[in-house]
Ligand binder design. Structure first.
Ligand SMILES: [Zn+2]
Length: 269
């Protein structure tokens, strides 16, 4: 975790404090270890003997992403409030910010979260009047190999966001959206003089243009949807406004955006 409480109960960032003081977990109140120096991003963690789940499994990559997005949003005049690891009624948001009087949460800690949790949190964010962006902080480098096996969690997010998964590009300040496409291919084999054809399907990722977190994204409402084994909840999403770049005609993407009038009254409290 990037933030902890001091002995006086005040929140502090690991990067702003020094060793030799005591720091406590905002969830369980236990004493924490301050990790500075050799670590790429200063942070707090529990002692190995702790049973508290808060902050568990968080990688340096996640911490860096959270801190970097916070720093970008903090500098932007469009953003009137931003904080990390914010305790809310139903969950703790990795990043919470306010833009144009609208509350938006960004979730980057996706490696140890289940599909059920993504679903229930998306729904709960809507109940709290907060739009959500599920962002992959791990950019799949092997995407460029033109062959990609998206994990179930990415397939779910793909469905939730009408055919997009967002990846944070850690070397820049931008996001790339990927669309998974099923492609059928035929492979001809010549085996001992027998000509055989093998049909197979594979997923290919098609990337859209790079997106700015503030300029290219807006708040959209989505209806719930059920199909096959998938159940997508109603939700308020923070997503890009680009049309479906993977289609020749962009009609289907447009129709999703036209039903966004629900948000007219989604004001920050
Ligand atoms: Zn704790």
């Amino acid at each position: 975790m990037l933030k902890a409480k001091t002995i006086n109960g005040i929140f502090c960032w690991a990067r702003d404090v020094e060793k030799g003081n005591d720091f406590f977990c905002p969830e369980c109140g236990e004493k924490l270890i301050l990790k500075k120096g050799v670590y790429k991003v200063h942070h707090f963690s529990h002692f190995p003997t702790s049973f508290c789940e808060y902050g568990r499994g968080e990688t340096i990559y996640h911490l860096m992403t959270k801190q970097k997005i916070y720093d970008i949003l903090k500098k932007d005049p469009l953003v009137t409030y931003v904080d990390v690891e914010v305790r809310l009624e139903y969950c703790r948001a990795d990043i919470l910010f306010i833009k144009n009087n609208k509350k938006i949460a960004i979730e980057v800690q996706l490696s140890n979260i289940s599909i059920e949790e993504i679903s229930s949190r998306t729904y709960n964010y809507m109940r709290m009047g907060i739009a959500v962006l599920w962002l992959r902080s791990i950019y799949p480098l092997y995407c460029n190999s033109n062959e990609y096996l998206p994990p179930p969690l990415e397939k779910y997010i793909h469905c939730l966001y009408f055919g997009r998964v967002y990846y944070w590009l850690n070397d820049g300040d931008l996001i790339k959206a990927g669309h998974f496409e099923q492609r059928s291919e035929v492979k001809e084999n010549d085996w001992l003089g027998w000509n055989t054809r093998v049909y197979f399907k594979r997923k290919v990722v098609r990337f859209g243009s790079e997106l700015s977190l503030l300029k290219d994204f807006n708040i959209k409402f989505r209806q719930g949807w059920e199909g096959g084994s998938l159940s997508i909840p109603k939700g308020v999403l923070y997503m890009d406004e680009k049309l479906a770049w993977w289609e020749k005609k962009n009609n289907s993407a447009k129709s999703y955006f036209d039903q966004s009038s629900y948000f007219g009254d989604l004001n920050a409290k």
